[in-house]
Write a protein that binds this ligand. Structure first.
Ligand SMILES: Cc1cc2nc3c(=O)[nH]c(=O)nc-3n(C[C@H](O)[C@H](O)[C@H](O)COP(=O)(O)OP(=O)(O)OC[C@H]3O[C@@H](n4cnc5c(N)ncnc54)[C@H](O)[C@@H]3O)c2cc1C
Length: 307
């Protein structure tokens, strides 16, 4: 293996070196494949103090998880990792070219996108500082830490009903903040009332917190409500648009379309992790990355030794 990435035609370039990308790199490194991982260092969970619900690593910091993953993956000598951003990708199956922000140009037989998504946080004061700490998106990741505690849900309409039904499993001290007139169906409103879920229509003005840990929610009428956690489902965009430039198809929901083998709609291009699914979890990203790596290797074998 040549030291300079520039001179090498890689078996695979993996764009995105967080949980999904590193898991794919491990499978490919163990398959003796020459792999370059490019990572711009912005995983979506970077602000959360502890990552939960991943067996053997429950409660670990996201950074520690990633550091251990990098150490284990880079033990395989055919895997290289560069902290860099892929800014251009061109070509077709067997001959892709990737250019990075640092000016590196590399060629590769296959491409794998593990680039995740970017959460588009509302401009509510205090929310960004609390994101992943006490303003949370997923009860399986962080709900246990706030069980039986006064909790809010920022949502309206059917989404508010569905989210409340779910979160009610963790706490019965629930208030929905609809941020204006509630658009809940009357039947849903009745069910929520029977469950003791409050509906607050006065807009939220600010989230008060200490270093990301919420203390109360301030409303536009000047009143305040003490809470320890708020759930929010926020819109997202793809972190990286290079798959679009290469012609990859997306689902209606905005995810990269993949088949059961993590193949995108473009031959030779694979994808895994949050970029491809709404089921966000470290365990899911690791599983999908591992599968993508194995399937990509399988394709390389099938191409070099036709059946
Ligand atoms: C606030 C928060 C808290 C969470 N808590 C938990 C939890 O407790 N437990 C759990 O199981 N899950 C949790 N999740 C979900 C989990 O973090 C994600 O499912 C997981 O990080 C997805 O991994 P990924 O590799 O697909 O994407 P990411 O981890 O988001 O990584 C994508 C990587 O690709 C890189 N990248 C993007 N574009 C480029 C480019 N052009 N060039 C180079 N690199 C690029 C990014 O910089 C980033 O490093 C949480 C998510 C959030 C948002």
């Amino acid at each position: 293996m040549k030291k300079q990435a520039e001179e090498t035609v890689f078996d695979a370039v993996i764009i995105g070196g967080s949980y999904a990308g590193l898991s794919a790199a491990m499978a490919l490194g163990r398959a003796l494949r020459h792999v370059l991982v490019l990572d711009s260092g912005q995983p979506c969970n970077r602000q959360t103090p502890h990552s939960h619900n991943f067996l053997t690593q429950d409660g670990q910091t996201p950074a520690a998880l990633a550091e251990l993953a990098r150490t284990q993956v880079l033990a395989y000598p055919t895997v290289q990792l560069r902290q860099d951003t892929a800014v251009q990708a061109t070509g077709t199956n067997h001959d892709f070219t990737v250019t990075t922000a640092a000016g590196l140009t590399v060629r590769t037989r296959k491409l794998l996108f593990a680039t995740g998504i970017r959460d588009l946080l509302p401009t509510l004061p205090g929310l960004a500082e609390c994101w992943g700490i006490s303003v949370i998106h997923c009860p399986y990741c962080h709900g246990y830490e706030y069980h039986h505690q006064p909790t809010g849900i920022l949502a309206n309409g059917d989404m508010a009903f569905e989210f409340s039904r779910l979160i009610r499993n963790w706490t019965d001290q629930l208030t929905i903040f609809t941020n204006g007139p509630a658009t809940l169906q009357p039947a849903h409103r009745e069910k929520l009332a029977a469950l003791g879920v409050l509906v607050q229509e006065t807009p939220v003005q600010r989230i008060m917190h200490q270093q990301g840990y919420l203390s109360q929610v301030e409303l536009a009428n000047g009143s305040a409500m003490p809470l320890t956690a708020v759930y929010a489902r926020v819109p997202f965009e793809q972190h990286c648009l290079l798959p679009r430039d290469l012609g990859c198809a997306y689902t209606e929901g905005g995810y990269l379309q993949v088949d059961d083998f993590q193949k995108t709609s473009v031959p030779g291009i694979y994808a895994a992790g949050d970029a491809t699914t709404m089921m966000r979890a470290v365990s899911g990203a690791v599983a999908a990355g591992g599968k993508a790596g194995a399937m990509l290797n399988h394709e390389l074998i099938a191409e070099s030794v036709p059946a």
